[in-house]
Design a protein around this ligand. Structure first.
Ligand code: IMP
Length: 423
């Protein structure tokens, strides 16, 4: 089983870190293939809580090689801080490798992310303000700077000159901000380059060699299907491709290298930032889910919007990612509702949609069609097998399985490593 992709099926924060942890023992490489430090994986290992943003979760397991692939955008200051913080907690970071082809998040990307959001006013996207969108935009416009440029001061200075000229005009003339100093950026980034040098490698070669040797490589998706630039709720999406197909381009492997594709879904649903969310719960239920589920962002601390499980989104994600299985997380959070709603379809202007609607207007204005099923009051956090779960919880998981059309292989019932039910 060489290639495994792990993808979020909703709007992120599904608990992918927990699943990486479950697979860690049999994994040789953990590869990030898209996104940047907009992500936040929380992992609890031996009672210690780690919040990782950029470094792949594989860093926490001594036998794993953590890899940052070419499809990731890197803020070098954040990467170095994260490495330092891990080192401070006794984690060996020497195994980490970073692709020289990854694009750099530059100071003007951070500034632009802030000012463009402000400029959009009530139409803002609610980004994490980490410079992700502007960095990917420069990559596509072919004026981006890459990690390998840090190793060649002359090239770095020349590319920076080109990019900064345009960015300073934009910042000053359009957004009324002060222009940024080229020399300051150059000095700062070349110092980062020196510090990052030992980590920079041809990650594509390393990953391909591992796969050819039959080693297990876990492609760790950040964000999720509904935040995918091409397939999510555009424009309220991130600027990369979190879907399983994105792992191929972002890590440098072929579709046949990935055999197992695990989708992660909360037993309910959350999203942060702006954008449509048909199954968003009424304020009273949402408040319970937020507080019991601890639904505050790992990266920005923002309160997440909470709602019910959306089977239309589930089916859409299952097909888009060709999921081979589904892991349902945070089942324990639902242990207090007399009845639980599941969105099985949408309705718009008298028409029923069981599949994801083709136009955003429909998704924006549709009404969720709910099926209401009995809840359970028992605490399930101690459950370790299907038999330990109340029959209503088992029926709920079976309902998800049949609505999504994908086998549910695990249900997570708490943050600790052993709080898991294999199904
Ligand atoms: P960006 O990725 O910072 O550009 O933000 C674009 C959208 O994606 C916003 O709605 C963010 O809240 C959302 N987003 C980005 N990263 C994550 C994540 O890791 N979890 C959940 N939402 C995210």
């Amino acid at each position: 089983m060489p290639g495994i992709a792990l993808v979020g099926t909703q709007w992120g924060d599904e608990g992918k870190g927990k699943v990486t942890d479950l697979l860690a023992a049999e994994t040789d490489l953990v590869v990030r293939y898209q996104g940047g430090n907009n992500a936040g994986h929380t992992i609890v290992v031996d009672g210690e809580r780690y919040a990782l943003h950029l470094v792949p979760t594989g860093i926490l397991y001594e036998h794993c090689t953590p890899v940052i692939g070419p499809g990731v955008v890197i803020d070098p200051r954040v990467l170095l801080e994260e490495i330092e913080a891990l080192r401070g907690r006794g984690i060996d970071t020497g195994r980490l490798i970073v692709s020289g082809s990854s694009h750099l998040i530059m100071p003007y990307h951070l500034e632009l992310d802030r000012v463009t959001e402000r400029h959009l006013g009530r139409n803002r996207l609610g980004t994490t303000k980490r410079g992700i969108g502007p960095a990917y935009a420069d990559k596509a416009a072919r004026i981006g700077l890459r990690v390998q440029d840090l190793l060649d001061p002359k090239i770095f200075a020349a590319k920076l000159e080109v990019a900064l000229k345009e960015k300073n005009l934009l910042l000053a003339r359009v957004y009324g901000r002060l222009p940024l100093e080229k020399q300051e950026i150059e000095d700062e980034y070349l110092t980062y380059g020196e510090e990052l040098k030992p980590y920079i490698a041809d990650t594509v070669q390393v990953v391909q060699t591992a796969l050819d040797r039959g080693q297990t490589v876990l492609f760790e998706g950040a964000q999720a299907t509904m935040l995918d630039l091409d397939h999510g709720t555009y424009p309220f999406v991130t600027s990369s491709n979190p879907v399983a197909g994105g792992a191929c381009a972002g890590a440098g492997v072929g579709p046949r290298d990935i055999e197992r594709i695990i989708g992660i879904s909360k037993a309910y649903c959350t999203r942060v930032g702006s954008g449509p969310f048909p199954s968003e719960a009424d304020p009273a239920d949402a408040e319970v889910l937020t507080e019991v589920g601890g639904e505050y962002g790992t990266t920005t601390g923002r309160k997440r919007r909470c709602g019910w499980f959306d089977a239309v989104v589930g089916r859409y994600a299952a097909r888009l990612n060709t999921l081979t299985e589904l892991v349902v997380t945070k089942l324990d959070v639902l242990s207090r509702f007399e009845s639980i709603k599941v969105c099985v379809a949408y309705e718009y202007e008298g028409e029923r949609f069981e599949s994801f609607p083709p136009h955003q207007t429909i998704f924006n204005k549709c009404r969720p069609v709910y099926e209401e099923v009995p809840g359970w009051s028992e605490d399930v956090s101690g459950a370790r097998s299907a038999e330990d779960l109340p029959k209503e919880a088992r029926a709920y998981l079976e309902l998800i399985e049949s609505l999504v059309g994908t086998r549910v292989s695990w249900a997570s019932v708490g943050p600790e490593r052993d709080q898991i039910v294999a199904l």
